[in-house]
Design a protein. Structure first.
Lengths: 351, 351
DNA sequence: ATGAGAAATGGAAACGCTTTCACATTAAAT
DNA sequence: ATTTAATGTGAAAGCGTTTCCATTTCTCAT
């Protein structure tokens, strides 16, 4: 009387298969997994039974004995932002090819939420996790790692955590590429509207900006630099200041897409022609950049590729730990790519 | 000697907890789950043990006994398309609130892939699935449902499958809204560039177009209608035809965002002013529509809300089946919303 | 006191699978 | 023909929980 009366027929188990094939449980399991001896004839009988009974092994039971799952946790801010969309998609591609499956968690950059997700993934005994961490919850992450959950971070790190495999975009290099391009076009008064520099990311992009200028023998002008003071600050004001400068910059470097967004809208009010009156370049390939008229030159972070890399790396770690090999932690740094469109030209001769 | 030498210390089990607390396994389990008797003092001792040992129940083991998981499968095309991004995000919101977790699968509209994912979800014994099905794999879906996996489809159905709960957008109504708006502005020569009508979706949008016209006493003009013949067909040609008509339409209704995309680009070549020379309206709120200059009026499908609804519905079904209640299958139809921006105006007096 | 029912606890079976171990068979090698 | 090794098979012991059942210990009315 323990059988739930409701619902479709009780699931078919390997025991049913074994009975149907007239072999023992052990034998059925052997042909199912392909490991161990089994004569051709048995193999066939069992496989027939499997097919006829429509048997699907219960992964839960399987994991319980084998003590490892095929679950990968993917923790990121959300899925709406195409930045994360591409990342997630990249991960998904590989996940499937490599035989895992993903549990996706959106944190919305909320620490509490992130903690709950980490907790859940621990209970699910996820084999590994790929995350764009919020930066806090150091304790939870540490526990997770102690539990043996292999982890790969993307783009960000969690301080005080001991080394963790990480895949990062080279922000300095990316900003440098953008700037070199602008400089090669003849620009020297290049404005930058940057995110908050307390974030490593933006500090790096600023560094790239400064380095490129200096290397080209141009003295960076403090007047042309705007660093927002928080992630949520509206950049309109900053843009207005730059555009109202007596000697307006001939080019503008916007270090993220939300800045670019307000910039574009603000620019329209000034009725400036792009690229004739001002050249534009964005760090990050937002939809905006492709759609805008004219399309905007960007430094693109290859998010899908990063997703691929992350999953491949995770897989490697997982395989290794299975064989008791302990590889040193890696930090993979990949370089963003300059996509030249139509928003930059040589600066017009000063009137 | 069975203990894996590698890796972090073996997981702590409820048995360890019980020992530490000096109680039996059964008792520990009781306080863990909060079900059944347990004196205040034991409760406390066990909880202390749990905390000190950093115990996390193994959900796999738990599911094995309880015979049900908290896994929800989410099957959709990809995560890059913001349409699906919003949907997924909506689902994720509720999933977390309701205490489940999601396994996300991207099909890329590939039947083979879809089948593999369904297979995987069966083995994982997913409690339920939310899917935007490709439309094929009827057999796999049927099996899934037979296994007792509760399913909610979004936007599409799978033919020959017996009723399945579905959440749909009212495409007729949406198209009708767009058209009514245009008509109210005074348009009567309204062109439509539509997806392939073998897809119910587009058949419905066409119907909305036709209905609205007829109701307004305007005789639909075959000349103004373009229905692509496949999902991948480029719409540039269709647009060119419409724009080169001797009597050019005063407004254009584009029934999906990829059509809108090519349309916008093509339109630029004609140097037409929007909305002065031609009014534009799109079915679907693509990034393009918001960013374009001027921003484009659209009929928006509330994908996040749909995600919410889908998950709530699934939860309801799950809860019900737990209590042996069998509710009839529902088909929830929700109406898209007209978002008025700046791409439509009254038609200019004919010259 | 005493017996009845409630409260607290532990033993053990069950969930579906894998894997070790031992035994039986068969084939190969002397 | 006999030893040796390679094959094929089944019994049984887990894996970490929950839950049923039985037992013991309290609480109170009587």
């Amino acid at each position: 009387m323990r059988r739930k009366e409701l619902g479709p027929d009780k699931h078919v188990t390997i025991k049913d298969v074994a009975e149907a094939a007239g072999v023992s449980l052990a034998t059925a399991s052997r042909v199912l997994s392909g490991r161990g001896y089994a004569s051709e004839s048995t193999r066939e009988r069992v496989n027939n039974a499997i097919r006829e009974l429509n048997f699907r092994p219960n992964e839960m039971a399987r994991m319980l004995t084998s003590q490892h799952t095929d679950s990968i946790g993917l923790v990121l801010k959300n899925l709406v932002d195409p930045y994360y969309g591409h990342l997630a998609n990249g991960v998904l591609d590989r996940v499937h090819q490599l035989g895992y499956h993903v549990i996706v968690c959106a944190t919305d950059e909320n620490e509490q939420l992130e903690r709950e997700h980490i907790e859940m993934l621990m209970r699910q005994r996820a084999a590994g996790i790929i995350a764009v961490p919020t930066g806090s919850n150091q304790e939870s992450w540490q526990e997770l790692i102690n539990m043996g959950v292999k982890t790969v971070f993307i783009d960000r790190q969690v301080s005080g955590l001991g080394d963790v495999d990480t895949i990062q975009v080279d922000n300095v290099r990316g900003a440098h590429k953008a700037m070199s391009y602008l400089i090669s076009l003849g620009h020297s008064r290049i404005g930058i509207i940057n995110g908050p520099v307390y974030s490593q990311q933006y500090a790096d992009r600023l560094k790239g900006y400064l380095d490129a200028l200096t290397e080209a023998g141009i003295k960076p002008d403090q007047e042309l630099q705007e660093n927002l003071s928080s992630k949520s600050e509206d950049s309109t004001q900053a843009i207005n200041r730059l555009l109202s400068l007596p000697k307006r910059p001939t080019a503008l470097f916007m270090t993220n897409s939300s800045i670019a967004n307000s910039a574009i809208f603000t620019l329209r009010e000034y009725h400036l022609q792009i690229p004739d009156d001002i050249s534009l370049i964005i760090f990050d390939d937002a939809p905006l950049a492709q759609i805008n008229n004219p399309p905007i030159t960007v430094v693109a972070q290859p998010m899908a590729a990063i997703g691929h890399l992350a999953m491949e790396q995770l897989d490697r770690i997982l395989k290794q730990s299975e064989q008791q090999i302990q590889q040193p932690v890696q930090r993979i740094i990949i370089s963003p790519e300059l996509i030249i469109r139509s928003s930059c030209s040589s600066p017009k001769i000063k009137r």
